[in-house]
Design a binder for this molecule. Structure first.
Ligand code: MUC
Ligand code: MG
Length: 392
């Protein structure tokens, strides 16, 4: 039955209203820094406080949305730094978006794609803030944009990354005792493989209750290292090996994947959907780590999940150690996925000594809860934001 003309007219005027109300008025980017509870070491960087960019988008209706742009220890994990993100947002992305309705997310993404090449962390934060403001306007959770959450909590692991074996044993025991985490990711590659194996052996011996054990080599090993040390990882019952080889070595990852029974996870190797498809077709691994900073937006992150599944990967909810805002953004997408076989790693908020939101994410019984309120479901604590602003 055709809807009556009055209903059509009402729907069109609602749409026009929404388009006007959600026109983007202002976009700001602030650099914040929060100290970490301990040093966090990766193969190629190390930090004791985390810098990130808080993006705020103001709509014509006065509603503000927020997003977080993450980096790890400067422009090391990827090419963006907090300084380059602030400049990309203020000088290129913001001017391209002023006046664009948040009610048209595809146009928001298209305008950003035209204004800047890659700059994925910056774009991801701006799009998060736009969608946060838009879904707050509609008074629905941001997950609604992706079909709505199918679960209200997700299994979440904890990363051990101080590099000090005794400290890591204590930390793992404390997480298990608090029933917050029972799955762990151990960062390798900043020490020699032999020293890393010693750390792992100690953890296996002294914390036998650890359940799943993932190691992330962050591209530090060669194929020869893999041939030599993967049998030892297998003996230690490692469940998953993340990105052992350099990101551009697709052939090497495929050879290593064929040589070991431990599944490999593709991380730094694949940012774009083409890279994901190619990595899948070449057999570079069997698990894909989803990350906002790789996809460059939440719409693209949700799309990447489907591309990765179609390419034969199981999914893992990756992070770049985001705090509560970035974690809530990821969870809004992850909670809508039919399958997230390997759970997620959004423990980042707990790595900071303080918070910038009034309602921190809830970690209990080895899960993180997906926030339920409108938009991202987290509210800024402006006093804490002021305290965290990096001095110019
Ligand atoms: C990465 O390479 O996975 C995520 C957790 C962590 O400890 O480091 C990051 C980045
Ligand atoms: Mg990784």
């Amino acid at each position: 039955m055709t809807p009556p003309a009055a209903e059509i007219a009402e729907a069109i005027s609602f749409d026009q209203n929404l388009t006007c109300q959600t026109a983007i008025r202002e976009i700001r980017a602030q650099i914040l820094t929060l100290p970490s509870i301990r040093a966090h070491r990766l193969s190629n960087t190390e930090f004791t406080s985390r810098e990130f960019v808080l993006v705020r988008v103001l709509l014509a209706n006065g509603i503000e949305g927020i997003g977080e742009a993450a980096v790890l220890g400067g422009p090391r994990w990827a090419e963006e730094s907090v300084e380059s993100i602030q400049a990309a947002v203020e000088r290129y992305l913001a001017p391209a978006l002023i006046g664009c309705p948040a009610a048209r997310p595809a146009e928001v993404a298209a305008r950003m794609a035209k204004a800047a090449f890659r700059n994925n962390s910056a774009k991801g934060a701006v799009e998060t803030a736009v969608l946060d403001a838009f879904t707050r306007t509609l008074d629905v959770p941001l997950a609604t944009m992706f079909g709505g959450a199918q679960v209200n909590k997700l299994p979440v692991l904890w990363a051990l990354a101080s590099g000090d074996a005794d400290q890591e044993v204590e930390e793992a025991r404390a997480k298990l005792a608090a029933r917050e985490h029972r799955d762990f990711k151990i960062k390798l590659g900043f020490a020699s493989p032999v020293e890393d194996l010693r750390r792992l052996q100690k953890l296996r011996d002294e914390v036998p209750e650890m359940r799943r054990l993932i190691v992330d080599v962050n591209q530090a090993w060669s194929e020869a290292d893999c041939r030599r040390y993967l049998p030892a990882l297998q003996e230690l019952k490692v469940d998953l090996i993340e990105q052992p080889l350099p990101g551009d070595d697709f052939e090497g990852m495929a050879r290593v994947a064929r040589q070991t029974q431990i599944p490999l996870m593709v991380d730094e190797a694949a940012f774009s959907n083409r890279e994901i498809s190619r990595a899948g077709a070449m057999g570079c691994g069997s698990v894909y780590s989803l990350k906002l900073v790789k996809s460059g937006g939440l719409l693209a992150l949700s799309h990447a999940a489907r591309v990765a599944e179609a390419a034969g990967f199981e999914l893992y909810g990756g992070c770049l150690l985001e705090g509560s805002i970035g974690a809530a953004a990821h969870l809004a997408v992850f909670g809508t996925l039919p399958q997230l076989a390997w759970g997620c790693e959004h423990f980042g908020p707990r790595l900071h000594v303080s918070e910038i939101v009034r309602d921190p994410l809830v970690f209990e019984e080895f899960h993180v809860h997906v926030p339920q309120g409108p938009g991202l479901g987290v509210e800024l604590d402006e006093d804490q934001v002021r305290d965290a602003l990096r001095p110019d």
